[in-house]
Design a protein around this ligand. Structure first.
Ligand code: PHE
Length: 456
């Protein structure tokens, strides 16, 4: 195992990229991106989303990498190390809190993927039509017990990897899971665009209708960019604290950004042709992938039930794996924080976090059924947590990370980290600094102000 000081590192540059990509690629790409795209009108949302990735997604990823690798600490301690005695440490703590909250409700959806995998394998999808799949999802997600069972199982799986540690747990699992996931997405995308009536879905994805663009669309695209790239909660900065000194930050950020965007667009290509082909509304929200996919395979291979079940099983397996590499990264942020800050053993820290997240998970799961009448600002607790974390907490902390690296951190540090202490020739350094100082914070601020109605 490679040690720097007494801190464990990822074993290779590729390991670092795959671990970061494993964190980024997840339910955010395959479950959340399609339904946000569907809710916000399709192609125009995607264009704005791509703009967000360039304007602040990739630059803030670089900022987090710099913070993490330079401080060699998890996000909870990184700011304190780089700017001792200042209030910047609160940005780190905010990240830990955000990750903890996201992990809670994210694991609920991750649990759903296991139920659907189970149903696919045990023949639960056979002889159902669109109405049947809608009913199946509603019944399942509102059930007070069954989703909780899968939530427990999923949290337990995450817990096991975390306890195994950085190199044996996180790096090894990402190296195996990421390539499998990529192949599955491509195969399923090809299947979906070949369905009868798929053109409408492709059209929805590629032909922008700007008349539908309003403040919510911008806020949604910004939230999605942060969520999908795992930014704004110090997840990637915590991973970067395990990067070796030869890891190229710019190259890694670009690879992660490209992989993450490709998987999201491919997921769109799986879902929308399929949804339009069977007449399911693109704005059916969080249930979108759970009602569309099994239905499509059912229709496409109706006379070959085994093939239909195998396709569904492959899809939900893919989703479960993608979710697992992300829950691992979410968990790692808080676990590493407790481990470093309060000197708990990793096992003890992980147990505390797992327990806390289970409680949040239980609340958000029940919020979709028994407790749906408890609302905050018109949103049930599940949706409220998603809104608060993705659309508020992540962008706020991301903006502060950009300001920190752009204005507070010595510019020599930024240059040293980006060029690996002068070993790399990096022509984009002045541009990156300019974006972090001005473009990223200002554009994020404008999106917030726009949402609050300042530009009306
Ligand atoms: N990026 C992950 C996904 O797309 C979710 C995530 C968000 C993970 C924030 C870590 C931090 O599913």
């Amino acid at each position: 195992m490679e040690h720097h000081g007494n801190r464990v590192n990822f074993g290779s540059k590729l390991g670092a990229i795959l671990a970061a990509a494993g964190s980024a690629v997840g339910l955010g790409n395959i479950w959340r991106f399609p339904y946000e795209t569907g809710n916000h009108g399709g192609a125009a949302f995607i264009l704005i989303y791509l703009g967000c990735i360039l304007l602040f997604g990739l630059p803030i990823m670089m900022a987090e990498f710099v913070i993490g690798r330079r401080s060699k600490a998890s996000t909870g301690g990184a700011y304190e190390k780089l700017a001792p005695g200042t209030h910047w440490k609160w940005v780190g703590y905010l990240g830990v809190l955000t990750g903890f909250l996201i992990l809670g409700y994210y694991s609920v959806v991750a649990g759903w993927t296991l139920e659907y995998l189970f149903q696919a394998v045990t023949g639960g999808f056979a002889h159902k039509d669109a109405a049947g799949f809608i009913q199946m999802f509603t019944q399942f997600s509102q059930d007070p017990f069954r989703p909780l069972l899968w939530l427990f199982i999923f949290m337990f799986m995450t817990h096991l990897v975390i306890v195994r540690g950085v190199k044996d747990g996180i790096e090894k699992s990402s190296k195996v899971l990421m390539p499998i996931l990529f192949i599955l997405v491509i195969v399923l995308g090809i299947c979906s665009v070949m369905l009868p009536g798929a053109e409408k879905g492709i059209n929805f994805l590629l032909n922008p209708d700007f008349s539908k663009v309003n403040a919510d669309v911008f806020l949604g695209a910004m939230g999605q960019a942060f969520f999908s790239l795992s930014l704004g909660m110090g997840c990637l900065s915590t991973y970067a604290s395990y990067f070796g000194k030869e890891t190229r930050l710019g190259h890694t950020a670009l690879s992660v950004g490209v992989i993450d965007t490709l998987v999201a667009v491919l997921a769109g290509l799986i879902i929308f042709p399929a949804a339009f082909s069977v007449g399911i509304q693109p704005d059916s929200g969080p249930s979108l992938i759970f009602i569309t996919l099994p239905n499509v395979f059912q229709l496409a291979f109706g006379d070959m039930p085994f093939v239909a079940a195998a396709c569904s099983a492959a899809f939900y397996l893919l989703l479960a794996l993608a979710a697992l590499t992300s829950t691992i990264s979410l968990h790692e942020v808080s676990t590493a924080f407790l481990h470093e800050r309060f000197h708990f053993t990793r096992g003890r820290a992980a147990t505390l976090i797992t327990t806390g997240c289970l409680i949040i998970g239980i609340v958000s799961s029940l919020a979709l059924g028994e407790w749906s009448s408890y609302t905050i600002g018109g949103l049930n607790m599940f949706d409220a947590l998603d809104y608060l974390t993705a659309k508020v907490m992540l962008p706020v902390a991301g903006m502060l990370a950009a300001i920190f690296v752009g204005w507070v951190l010595d510019k020599k540090i930024l240059q040293e980290e980006v060029t690996n202490h002068g070993h790399l020739k990096v022509s984009y350094y002045p541009l990156l600094r300019f974006i972090l100082r001005y473009l990223s914070p200002i554009s994020i601020l404008m999106i917030f102000l726009n949402e609050l109605g300042f530009f009306k």
